[in-house]
Write a protein that binds this ligand. Structure first.
Ligand code: ACO
Length: 311
């Protein structure tokens, strides 16, 4: 049964009052937020890697500048999110160490390779599109620092989605070869993008509690359906085919019906066995190790400065 404190806490949430860092909160609420926000932060950071792969090969100065700006935005999102996690009493170093040791997850989607240039547009269109779908409701979540971070993140994600759609449009309306590249990218990214929303509601272990606490506003399946409904007309406009023979408009429900997701693939990727999991973690570990001299130098410099001030 709920304690008096827990009851008062739940009433605050039900009344739409934000919880702030120094307010009392149940340990489970704190742990759930640390888990979700740190996984989210790690996703932003690891998410730079599939796109970084194409910076040196972007086909024009304009596309390269857009891609660089987008990747830098992702780093910024990671930083806001690590800061939001720190308001809950963990340090960024602890949280980051859990990524590097493989203890804490990041989004499944970033374990797939970017094999042709159209992948970059498709990631913006589908992956950032799915991210916005999930994050717009999070702007209204009950934890103040997380909800406020989401406002800015969503503005930037919406630019990412648009630049992606613009890129895919250029290719879909380009030469037959370019259009084929865009179709190939859609074929490979469609199903993994649907998996971003997480297991179906019946399998989602955290959903019920997280929805009660308004850490989650919409369920995994609700968000996935909204994403499908939004994206099908966009694919039609591009003249591309979504790789799902069962995809069909349903007059009765007012939604698109779609085929079954391969949950075994999802489980494998989340368990560390996706096409790029090992490579992604290795790259992050190497970046951390390679940066050691710089972190050491910053600390030594700060110490020297504070000694000088004391003297
Ligand atoms: N990739 C990896 N792991 C996932 C994914 C996914 N796509 N979806 C769910 N999981 C994990 C959950 O983290 C949870 O594992 P855990 O208990 O070890 O933490 C487990 O699968 C069960 O899933 P749920 O009970 O549904 O988990 P939850 O309530 O946390 O919902 C969701 C998952 C929707 C991803 C939620 O955490 C969320 O909204 N997170 C914030 C958004 C985010 O992280 N986006 C990252 C991708 S977008 C981007 O970064 C650009």
């Amino acid at each position: 049964e709920m304690s008096a404190e827990e009851r008062a806490f739940q009433e605050k949430i039900d009344a739409g009052i934000k919880i702030e860092a120094k307010d009392w909160m149940p340990e489970g609420y704190r742990r759930t937020l640390i888990r979700q926000i740190s996984q989210h932060a790690h996703s932003e950071i690891v998410g730079q890697l599939p796109e970084g792969n194409w910076v040196t090969r972007a086909p024009s100065l304009k596309r390269k500048a857009i891609l660089l700006a987008k990747i830098q935005d992702e780093a910024g999102h990671g930083l806001y999110l690590y800061s939001a996690a720190e308001t809950l009493g963990v340090t960024r170093d602890q949280v980051y160490a859990d990524l590097l040791s493989g203890k804490v997850k990041y989004s499944s989607i970033f374990n797939y390779p970017t094999t042709n240039w159209a992948d970059i547009g498709t990631i913006g269109w589908l992956v950032d599109g799915a991210a916005i779908m999930n994050q717009i409701p999070l702007c209204r979540c009950s934890y103040g620092p997380y909800s406020r971070a989401m406002v800015r993140v969503c503005k930037e994600e919406s630019f990412h989605q648009r630049q992606g759609y613009d890129l895919v449009m250029a290719m879909a309306k380009g030469t037959p070869e370019q259009k084929a590249m865009a179709q190939d990218a859609l074929n490979r990214w469609w199903w993994p993008a649907l998996m971003m929303f997480g297991p179906s509601d019946g399998e989602s272990v955290h959903s019920a509690q997280s929805m009660q606490w308004k850490i989650k506003i919409l369920s995994n399946d609700e968000l996935r359906q909204k994403f499908v409904d939004q994206t099908v007309p966009q694919a039609e406009y591009l003249g591309l085919t979504i790789p799902d023979p069962e995809l069909k408009w349903n007059e009765d429900t007012g939604h698109y019906d779609f085929g079954a997701i391969d949950w075994e693939e999802f489980r494998q990727v989340v368990a560390g066995n996706g096409p790029c999991n090992r490579d992604r973690l290795r790259t992050r570990v190497k970046a951390w190790d390679d940066g050691k001299w710089f972190r050491d130098a910053l600390l030594a410099h700060a110490e020297k400065k504070s000694e000088r001030q004391v003297a």
